[in-house]
Write a protein that binds this ligand. Structure first.
Ligand code: SF4
Length: 476
């Protein structure tokens, strides 16, 4: 999962790109980058947080009124700076691209690009595969007279070849800014607008949080398979290029998006309250009665406070968080993650001591965070610890860009709820029921593949094994 932003403005936009990137930092902390275009591309990217990569605050080299920005969370590809985005190519047009998601037929695309187009994709980052595939489609057009229809036809042809989840924003040099989504619309992409004294600016981003910080108004979410093109005169063109059944990633509401983001007209904070309330009946059915409900800060706050309200017991902030340590879930490597949890969270003893504690997290993936938390809470004097997950049991790898691709790492893939409880050392484990989650989103077709194993793009056992192998080799 990554965060992307593209702006087609009227003046130099590098400062806006930088501010917008900071607003989606939570979507990726491995690398950050910005590219702008005036007569040529100007690119700066590096490993680390936005504030580290752009430490000097000097944006002088990034001139241009159109640009892209990216924060990276490594899924496929190494943590190498080569895999940081944006990426730029100069043939057949100057093209730059950022993307969020995961390509699943990478082996086929690599082979095809090499054998049929003599392009050696020398990075394992899948954005290169999308960009080169798109470039190979552009090559078939009359480049001097590229029309809007040509651009959209190239998107359709790209969507026909590239399988997986992707939301991408591209600069086509001297032509405009193009945004497009995969046919299922798995990854989010929103469009915003700003009216200035010199005309209208347009933006595309992973989350509306960028727009709030940049003072853009939200226009709409892009539809599955849609492409939107902003030409040099800032005119907007759109087409649904290749659409299939929508399968929006439900995990955006559970974990990834920031609470103040609005996705498909739904405020993420409100969605988390609904999810927390829905947990109430499931928790009551256990017959357990906690003295307090606490959250794993900060993404579980809304689940926990809503659950407490439903159960009629106090919500308490029972864990102190060191705000200067990154998010553990999006930190690659299990050992680094465990060390991070230790550094990040500490029980507040007077709140925990002598109490039966329900501790709510957004999900349980590997179980390492929950296990450590149970240990910490017991040490702090909890008499009983109930671990509550706002998500149903994750049983299958996400092949669309969330770092849980290796099935062996997913605790509920091989263990029933009793085994999970034993592993965590908890007195009870309560998950959201998948039926309840689906009921809450009955009017928004979502992807539930990590819970159900039903992949919207389809995925054979061989394909899953190939994706897992790629994942493991790219971690080395
Ligand atoms: S498998 Fe899960 S995390 Fe991945 S896109 Fe689907 S719902 Fe989201």
């Amino acid at each position: 999962m990554c965060g992307i932003l593209g702006i087609s403005g009227r003046r130099d936009i590098s400062a806006q790109l930088l501010d917008g990137l900071a607003a989606i930092q939570h979507r990726g902390q491995d690398a950050a980058g910005i590219v702008t275009f005036n007569r040529t591309f100007h690119l700066r990217k590096g490993l680390g947080l936005v504030a580290e990569v752009f430490r000097d605050g000097n944006l002088d080299g990034l001139a241009g009124s159109v640009g892209l920005a990216h924060v990276r969370y490594a899924t496929t590809g190494s943590g190498d700076v080569l895999d940081a985005q944006p990426i730029v190519v100069d043939y057949p047009f100057g093209l730059a691209m950022v993307h969020n998601g995961n390509v699943i037929n990478f082996a086929h695309l690599r082979r095809h690009l090499y054998e049929d187009h003599h392009r050696l994709v020398d990075t394992s980052n899948d954005v290169a595969l999308i960009l080169y595939t798109f470039a190979s489609k552009l090559e078939t057009k009359d480049l001097k007279h590229l029309s809007i229809d040509d651009v959209f036809d190239c998107v359709t042809a790209t969507q026909d070849e590239v399988e997986g989840a992707y939301s991408a924003v591209t600069i086509i040099a001297n032509h405009g800014l193009l945004a497009f989504c995969d046919p299922h619309g798995i990854r989010p992409l929103v469009m915003g607008r700003q009216v200035t004294d010199v005309g209208v600016s347009w933006a595309f981003a992973s989350e509306t949080t960028c727009f709030d910080h940049l003072d853009f108004e939200m226009v709409r979410d892009l539809q599955p398979g849609e492409a939107v093109f902003i030409d040099r005169d800032q005119r907007v063109h759109s087409r649904i290029c290749r659409r299939r059944q929508q399968a929006y990633c439900v995990f955006e509401y559970i974990y990834f998006a920031r609470e103040d983001a609005v996705m498909n007209g739904r405020l993420v904070a409100s969605e988390r309250v609904r999810l927390g309330k829905r947990l109430g009946a499931t928790f009551r059915a256990t017959g357990l009665q906690p003295d307090i409900v606490i959250d794993v800060p900060t993404s579980a706050y809304f689940f926990a406070s809503a659950l407490a309200e439903e159960l009629g017991v106090p919500y308490r902030r029972g864990l102190a968080k060191n705000r200067h340590v990154g998010r553990s879930f999006i930190t690659p490597g299990a050992q680094r993650r465990e060390a991070m949890v230790h550094k990040k969270l500490n029980p507040i003893r007077d709140i925990i001591r002598g109490r039966k504690v329900a501790v709510v997290d957004d999900s349980i993936v590997r179980g390492t965070t929950a296990r450590l938390l149970v240990e910490l809470l017991r040490k702090a004097g909890a008499t009983e610890v109930y671990v509550v997950s706002a998500a149903p049991p994750i049983k299958h790898p996400c092949i669309y860009g969330i770092d849980m691709s290796a099935r062996g790492e997913i605790i509920a893939a091989h263990n029933d709820i009793e085994d999970v409880k034993r592993y965590l050392g908890a007195d009870a484990v309560v998950y959201q029921r998948l039926e309840d989650l689906k009921d809450l989103y009955r009017d928004l077709p979502c992807c539930y593949a990590c819970f159900s194993g039903e992949y919207p793009t389809g995925a054979t056992a061989e394909a899953l094994a190939e994706i897992e192998a790629e994942k493991v080799s790219s971690r080395r």
